[in-house]
Write a protein that binds this ligand. Structure first.
Ligand SMILES: Cc1cc2nc3c(=O)[nH]c(=O)nc-3n(C[C@H](O)[C@H](O)[C@H](O)COP(=O)(O)OP(=O)(O)OC[C@H]3O[C@@H](n4cnc5c(N)ncnc54)[C@H](O)[C@@H]3O)c2cc1C
Length: 451
């Protein structure tokens, strides 16, 4: 235990709010509570020695701020809701750049979604007519303009192959790890008395009559309300208190391939309708436009954290024991589209054969890409805790939130980083209610600053 944590433990405070998890979701909430509420006794614990080292690490995700404009698997309503929340992050980033000279949080590139062939082009044109109301900056462009923006998308493509794209200049690549640090630093400026404990792991949580006792590796913490922002682990902790018993997690690891700069901006492909994972895309690395990343792939693993075997047992606790989750898994996996997709995605991670298969995916974006240009990005890519609903036996899209008696659990597959401030807004409202409205959430100020 470090001396700092020891002294914080010996204070014996009962916190108003305890946040568990120092990824982008937990730190966004820390920032929101510190800046926009008068709650004083706030504590955040994180099991690792720094913030944002799991899925919020820039090496673990696709670094995209998703608005719903080029994500063709989002319905209009879903895009509307994601856009509101992504706008908050965008406004935060732009303000930090302008007023705090924070230049390392994000880079801006053009972004497009590319339709290949007649069917996809028809679908994209239809989408454009509806989505332009929500995203007035979107433009529908044909081969010539695509070629001017992204020459390698057109080079080597058959002349009679129809291509069409929706494009915008507002492509944000975000370093979500740095965003965690920015949230924490700004939170500390607002409330210097905040308690933040790194290297502090929740081991067990117990509900008392009017508080929670959280047992950690360094002692016990008491809090009136708790928000669990621990990624896939949130469901495991929820289950330990009797919540979310009808849910399981399918942990979908995503890998990437890299190439020297072949794209100027982000290029997405059209989403396969049934899949809750982002379609393959090519993106410039957030801090280095000379590297293009392609991915992510999606294969199930039995760990809650990628490249961390110690989360194997935790995975099974989260998945749940018994027949029901297994039946759900079989039902989900034996869907023809998903089964084929997952089988292929297993192969993409294999040496030699993986590259030879994945290049076909990249060729949908860059037809003339050469084998010598791409390489598997070893150690890069996290894992998405996709929710399996054991009542409906379906795989659910996007993030999940379980709200209990003075406790909230956030489970956050993609686009959980893009929606972190929207999530914080709803959690902050709920916490103030949990605390019998003794404190005030200055929603108007939040909205004025970030919406
Ligand atoms: C391949 C891939 C690509 C993605 N691409 C995008 C994208 O482009 N855009 C986007 O918006 N989203 C993307 N996502 C999703 C995004 O990365 C996550 O939604 C987001 O990072 C979740 O943040 P979080 O804070 O909930 O989780 P995390 O960042 O995983 O943080 C959870 C924290 O909780 C801590 N914790 C866990 N258990 C305990 C415990 N017992 N005690 C104390 N602390 C604990 C962990 O150490 C960790 O720091 C992607 C994810 C993957 C895997």
């Amino acid at each position: 235990m470090n001396d700092n944590n020891e002294s914080k433990m010996s204070d014996n405070i009962k916190y108003d709010v305890l946040i568990v998890g120092g990824g982008v979701v937990g730190t966004a909430l820390l920032y929101t509570l510190s800046k926009y509420t008068d709650i004083e006794k706030i504590c955040l614990i994180e099991k690792y020695n720094d913030f944002g080292l799991v899925n919020s690490d820039s090496n673990k995700n696709s670094q995209t701020l998703h608005f719903g404009d080029i994500e063709t698997n989002y319905s209009f309503e879903k895009a509307q809701s994601v856009k509101t929340m992504a706008d908050m992050v965008m406004n935060y980033l732009e303000k930090e750049k302008l007023y705090a000279n924070e230049n390392n949080l994000f880079s801006k590139y053009s972004k497009m979604v590319l339709a290949v062939g007649k069917d996809q082009s028809d679908e994209l044109s239809k989408r454009f007519s509806t989505f332009t109301k929500l995203f007035p900056h979107l433009r529908l462009i044909g081969r010539d303009e695509i070629g001017k923006l992204e020459p390698r998308v057109v080079e080597g493509r058959k002349p009679d192959e129809e291509i069409l794209a929706l494009v915008t200049d507002d492509g944000y690549s975000v370093d979500y790890n740095m965003l965690c640090h920015s949230f924490v630093n700004n939170a500390k400026k607002e409330k210097p008395g905040l308690t933040i404990m790194l290297d502090t792991r929740l081991l067990k949580i117990v509900k008392n009559s009017d508080s929670f006792t959280v047992k950690t590796n360094i002692g016990e913490i008491e809090a009136s309300t708790v928000v669990i922002a621990a990624g896939g682990h949130s469901l495991m902790i929820a289950k330990s208190l009797g919540y979310g018993r009808n849910l399981s997690v399918l942990s979908m690891a995503g890998s990437f391939y890299t190439a020297p700069k072949v794209l100027n901006g982000k290029v997405y492909t059209i989403q396969v309708a049934k899949l809750p994972f982002a379609a393959i895309h090519g993106d410039p690395e957030v801090h280095n436009a000379n590297i293009t990343r392609f991915g992510p792939t999606a294969k199930p693993i039995f760990q809650l954290e990628r490249h961390n075997m110690s989360t194997f047992t935790e995975y099974w606790k989260t998945f749940g024991f018994g027949l029901s989750p297994i039946i759900s898994l079989f039902k989900i996996m034996f869907d023809k589209v998903l089964l084929r997709y997952v089988a292929l995605n297993f192969l993409y991670d294999l040496p030699f054969i993986g590259k030879r298969l994945f290049i076909r995916q990249i060729m949908m974006i860059v037809p003339g890409i050469k084998m010598s240009e791409i390489k598997f990005a070893k150690g890069i890519g996290g894992t998405r805790p996709q929710i399996v609903n054991n009542t409906t036996r379906t795989l659910e899209m996007g993030e999940a939130k379980l709200s209990g008696d003075k406790i909230i659990f956030n489970i956050t597959p993609s686009p959980g980083a893009s929606t972190c401030l929207g999530n914080a807004y709803s959690d902050a409202s709920k916490i103030v209610e949990f605390l019998d409205n003794k404190y005030k959430f200055r929603k108007e100020a939040f909205e004025k600053d970030l919406m």
